[in-house]
Design a protein. Sequence first.
Length: 479
Amino acid sequence: MTRPIIHWFRRDLRLDDNTALLAAYAAAEAIVPVFIVDDAILRRPDTGANRVAFLLESLRDLDAGMRARGGRLIPRRGQPEAELAWLVAETRASAVYFNLDVEPFALARDARVRARLAGRCAVEGFEDGGLTAPGAIKTKAGTPYTVFTPYKNAVLAQPIARPRPAPAAIRTPPDLASEPLPTLAELGFATAAILPPGGESAARARLSDFIRAGLERYATGRDALATDGTSGLSPYLRFGCLSPRRAYWAAREAFPEGSPDADAWIAELIWRDFYRQILFHFPRVETGAFKRAYDDLAWENNPEWLDRWRAGRTGFPIVDAAMRQLLTTGWMHNRARMIVASFLTKDLLIDWRQGERHFMTHLADGDLAANNGGWQWAASTGTDAQPYFRIFNPTAQGKKFDPAGDYIRRHIPELRAVPERWIHEPARMPLDAQRAFRCVIGSDYPAPLVDHGRQRAKALALYGRASGGPMPSGLQSGG
Ligand SMILES: Cc1cc2nc3c(=O)[nH]c(=O)nc-3n(C[C@H](O)[C@H](O)[C@H](O)COP(=O)(O)OP(=O)(O)OC[C@H]3O[C@@H](n4cnc5c(N)ncnc54)[C@H](O)[C@@H]3O)c2cc1C
């Protein structure tokens, strides 16, 4: 019998189309499938309970999938380099395989693992997490793409690998000691959020529901805040419960002749790859602005305003609904993410990194590359070619993307009785209406924290000073 190969699961919690796992399956008769609970990740201040809960459920599903194929998941807890060294000695494994990550933390950890295992066994990393490998697509000049549309066109101009099915059988060495997966409480976390079910089975079910019933309305419906117009697949893609190539081909095959809806959805999958390759090529974005001039923005960082934003008590209903959606579900609609991020940075003049951290703490799909890309996009410090004077008016955004106020009412009980006429600006209600609709401003629901027009002018001045340019004429006020 050949010596086994260890497959180290990290952000690839699936059996389907798993590049490193399939390579191990092809090369060895037995596989040691391990997941290492790493306290260095659990202790990070932005590791939130929602993501840990989703992870644990995904691991349970992975174990079930493996047992159905004759194997089982081996959970371990500790430092990955130490745990893997033990496991190599214990199993006499010939190699450790894993799928590559792009985060600086993961790259440093993987370098430690390679150093520790050098001379003991082979260590191989595989490209798996995107439609394309993060370093594979470059401009004609050989530089990384920093603008989305040409990057998207370059991705679409080349073949995307077809997904490959899960190994038919998985043989795990029978005499291996393993502990049960820890519970959320054992890891020191608790959450009251209502999260989607974790795991590969739930991912595949959601993908097929979306392809069958949601994709055909995606281009027109994706921005409507009150309807489920998007796939809801982000936590699954985040943890690798779903292969991005499986998602891509499902959309392509649903519309072999092409369709604006499938194209729009595939563009979103490419945004995901785009930000992965930005983080891969420019790891400095983890801590600083992609556009360096904006590292020195003189944020006001009012702590009370930050607290009000986090709690969904700014007095701007669309912002508050979105922030409460995040707290109660561990997810937020993409349009809402853009609105609240613009509001934090350009109305409250608070550093985007504060918002990024809060999102990371609560999102089940929290992902450094996408979250950082989204925040830097909203704060105009990132790759986006649009200048900083794109400032969302939160009230206008609410009226446009939640016209009847259904999203607002779903997430803000205090506003449930408020009629459509005032739902986006409840502070404009006369006092008798406030009383009649059980929403007295200042006691039941807050008055607006700021004046949007005034804050917008301040933001323009702030960004104008940092970029060294004059403030664009005609943009000094209004909104
Ligand atoms: C400020 C801000 C923060 C964000 N933080 C995250 C994050 O931490 N994790 C995350 O996965 N996405 C993040 N996004 C991107 C986007 O909001 C979510 O991916 C999307 O809302 C997930 O819902 P869905 O699965 O229904 O998306 P769909 O519309 O169905 O899109 C399909 C998939 O494409 C990917 N995707 C879609 N939009 C983007 C995007 N703009 N950037 C990168 N990938 C995208 C996601 O994996 C998503 O599941 C952020 C966006 C903003 C503006």
